[in-house]
Design a protein around this ligand. Structure first.
Ligand SMILES: [Zn+2]
Length: 198
């Protein structure tokens, strides 16, 4: 009886095992078998993952490289809005032949199982602090309400005491340019304007 390959992330390598230089490529879509990720966002069970895989036979084993695309969902870390974003990861790992130096991955009989490799690559790509958009204003710290887009919670009105200083700053900056005054104090500025005409 033919042994069934177990699991959607299992790829056959029988025809390239111990034949360095041989290569096989696969493009497949696989359903995520269980939820990937434990944070605010994750790739839910059943979500499709687009997988491009290249299996290269090398002296030590099978060199696996490829790219995985999936969509993660969850909530924005600032405003708690539901979000869904694509993620794209690349991976490369040597699946060594049994009995060679210790590695995390091994060629098993006539196949390689990429589930752990792909899952770890995707989970590591998930943002720890996901946001619905880069400038998400988040929640109002006082009311807990979602702030309107474009609102910034730190854009407080200018304190009236500083407003007066702002006028002063503008005036004094203008004086040297318009009058060419020397090191006179601010009160001397009007006189300086007059004397310049002479
Ligand atoms: Zn948000």
């Amino acid at each position: 009886m033919i042994k069934r390959l177990n699991g959607p992330f299992v790829f056959p390598v029988r025809d390239i095992v111990r034949r360095p230089g041989e290569m096989r490529e696969f493009e497949v879509e696989i359903q995520v078998p269980e939820k990937w990720g434990e944070g605010l966002v994750s790739v839910p069970e059943g979500e499709p993952v687009q997988l491009e895989v290249r299996l290269e036979s090398v002296h030590e084993g099978i060199l696996v490289s490829g790219e995985a695309d999936a969509t993660y969902t969850g909530v924005c870390g600032r405003c708690l809005r539901d979000i869904a974003h694509p993620t794209e990861v690349e991976f490369q790992e040597l699946f060594a032949y049994p009995g060679s130096e210790a590695t995390d991955f091994e060629v098993q009989d006539d196949h390689v199982d990429l589930e752990t490799l792909v899952r770890d690559a995707i989970v590591l790509s998930l943002p720890f602090q996901p946001v619905c958009q880069p400038d998400c204003p988040g929640l109002d710290p006082a009311t807990g309400e979602r702030l309107a887009e474009g609102t910034e919670s730190h854009a407080a009105p200018i304190d009236p005491r500083w407003a007066a200083l702002q006028d002063y700053t503008t005036d004094t900056e203008a004086v040297p340019h318009s009058t060419g005054a020397r090191d006179d104090d601010a009160q001397a500025a009007p006189r300086a304007e007059n004397t310049e005409k002479s």
